[in-house]
Design a protein around this ligand. Sequence first.
Ligand code: NAD
Length: 385
Amino acid sequence: MPRRLRWGMVGGGDGSQIGGAHRIGARLDGAFEFVAGALDIDPARGRAFAIQHGVASERAYGDWRRMLAKERTLDPGERLDLVTVATPNSTHYEIANAFLAAGFNVLCEKPLTTTLAEGTDLVATARAADRILAVNYGYTGYPMVRQARAMAEAGQLGRIRIVVAEFAHGSHADAADDANPRIRWRYDPDQAGVSSVLADTGLHALHMACYVLGSEVTQVSADFVSSVAGRELEDDALVAIRFSDGVVGRLWASAVAVGQTHGLSLRVFGEQGGLRWSQEEPNQLYWTPLGKPTRTLERGDATLSEEAARASRITVGHTEGMLEAFANIYSDLAEAIRAGRTSQDPVRSSVRYPTGEDGLHTLAAVHAAAQSARAGGVWVEVPTG
Ligand SMILES: NC(=O)c1ccc[n+]([C@@H]2O[C@H](COP(=O)([O-])OP(=O)(O)OC[C@H]3O[C@@H](n4cnc5c(N)ncnc54)[C@H](O)[C@@H]3O)[C@@H](O)[C@H]2O)c1
């Protein structure tokens, strides 16, 4: 049994939306133990919460700079194997960059950074330091998303023609909510950047399409709408996409789709068949071979791909969900760290976790979409490679 990897966290404190999913995901398979953290903007709250989660008092920090200063001096036998950054978006760059430069592997929350210049710099820092930089597009950890990727890769759909990706929810549909500061900042360009809903949730759907296809975005044409009066940034976005390999993409991201709860789904249409997957029904993948009836592929079934099998913990028929999807990102990272792989030498086909490069590429597509929408939907090139 290999030793447990030492894991630390910045952000994700008491009451945060996503911190708990990381703590469960990192520990679910026993690969990581939680040994250090600066979890909160409030030093006392952050220390107390870390200690409550079993972190030793001397490694429960009041702020991340202090954490970095101490952790970088520790012996290899105590040093952190991975640091997760789960703070608000505008702080990702500074924190992730500092940990990478000091030689730590980093899993950063999405969006990787708020500007392309910072994203480019972060990827370069990871490469220069020869460390892993991953970005938490956690939904690609679902077993049936991995099954879809394996089927597309194996050619079971033939040449892929069209992909339709959606992340359309109704959480910001009530105009009265705009008085709420937790909602208002998302539509303020000074705090959110060039895009609201596409950069916040549409990014997940965009990356999932790239992940399943194994393709990159080469061009986008976007239509952004601020459907609630007074919002400066978009609360609904429709993006036409051209992928490498000639695949055509349609992406819809919305925050005003009343009645849709989470609304993440992917449909892939190839010359030899189609696939449909929805996060709200994550254990089923619907496969329609051309000219044949639709088959329901069930998570845990013995006939699925090795990729789907390794991402599944329980037998067929039982339900598995988002926490386990995050756990798969952590187990992929554990495997890479144990193998001594870094961002410098990812063997693309064997890297299952979303990389810093993936985070940067999807960010570049969002920035190109914002540019396109401002220019009336003209096609804008997206850098690849
Ligand atoms: N991958 C996903 O599915 C997913 C889902 C939700 C949020 N997110 C991302 O996770 C990040 C955090 O989002 P959230 O919704 O949990 O935010 P949140 O506001 O609920 O929590 C942020 C946490 O970070 C702490 N924090 C803030 N500044 C800090 C600092 N300088 N040092 C240490 N701690 C600090 C806060 O005290 C709080 O505990 C964002 O980047 C967001 O986009 C990702």
